[in-house]
Write a protein that binds this ligand. Sequence first.
Ligand SMILES: NC(=O)c1ccc[n+]([C@@H]2O[C@H](COP(=O)([O-])OP(=O)(O)OC[C@H]3O[C@@H](n4cnc5c(N)ncnc54)[C@H](OP(=O)(O)O)[C@@H]3O)[C@@H](O)[C@H]2O)c1
Length: 249
Amino acid sequence: MTTSAKKILVLGATSGIAEATCRIWAAEGASLFLVARNQTKLEAVAADLKTRGAAYIDIAVADLDDTEQHPALLAHAINSLTGMDIAYLAHGILGDQTEAEREFATAEQILHTNFIAPVSMLTWLANYCVQRKAGTLAVISSVAGDRGRKSNYVYGSSKAGLSAFLGGLRNRVDREGVTVLTIKPGPTKTAMTAAMPGQSKMADVNSVAKTIAKAITAGKDTLYVPFQWQPIMFIIRNIPESIFKKLNL
Ligand SMILES: NC(=O)c1ccc[n+]([C@@H]2O[C@H](COP(=O)([O-])OP(=O)(O)OC[C@H]3O[C@@H](n4cnc5c(N)ncnc54)[C@H](OP(=O)(O)O)[C@@H]3O)[C@@H](O)[C@H]2O)c1
C-alpha cells in the first residue's frame, strides 16, 4: 500500500511525531483529517501541510479525553474524508511520575489519556474497518510499555495496556483485512521530552516519522523505532526480577 492519495485520519495531529509524519504524507498528496485540542496550533499545522501538497485538509478541535464525543467525532471525520484508509493515533501525555506516586488522580489522568481514550477510539474505528474489510490502524505506544521501571511506571503501564490491547485487536481483525500497527518509539526529540536530560542521545523526530510512514506502507505489525530499541528491550524484558528490582532504571 502506498500512502499517496490516501485518506488519513490523524488523532493528536499537533504531536511532534504526528506532525512530522503528516509532512511526509502531505508531500505525497494525501487527504488528511486532523484532530487536536489546541485550535491555534492545529490551524498552523493544517496551513503548513496544505502548502506541502496535501490534496485535502479538514480539522476538528477536540479534547480526546472526552470519550463520549468519540463516535460523533470519528463519524464526522470519515464523512469529511469520504472514507478512511489509515487512522493514526498519536496523542499522549508523559505525566508526572512523582506526582502520580502521591496522587491517584494524576495516575488516573495518565491512564485515561494514554489507554482508555485510545481504546474508546479503536473500538469504534476497528468496527468501521471490519465492516469494510479494509484499513490500517497505526497507533503510537512506547518502548516504556515493555517493562515497568521506577522512573516512569505509570506512563509505562498505560502504554503496556495499549500495546496488549493492540496485540489482541490485531489477532481479531487481521483475518478481516484490517492492519493494526503498534509503534514503539524510543526517546525522541519532541515537546514531550524537551525537559529531559540526554537530548543528544534522543532520536530525530523526522527520521522517526520516516520509519513510521514506511512501516505503515509495508503493512507491518510492530515497529521499534529507532530499530536498536528492539534488541535493547529484549534484554531489558529478560533481566531477572531479582536483579531488575535493584536497578535504577
Ligand atoms: N517523544 C518520545 O520520546 C516518545 C517516546 C515513545 C512514545 N511517544 C508517544 O508518541 C506520541 C506522540 O508524542 P510526541 O513525542 O509527539 O509528543 P508531543 O509533541 O508532546 O505530542 C503529544 C500530543 O498529544 C496531545 N494530547 C495530549 N492529551 C490530549 C488530549 N486529551 N486530547 C487531544 N490531544 C491531546 C498534545 O496536545 P497539546 O499540544 O494540546 O498538549 C500533543 O499534541 C505519544 O503517544 C507519546 O506517548 C513519545
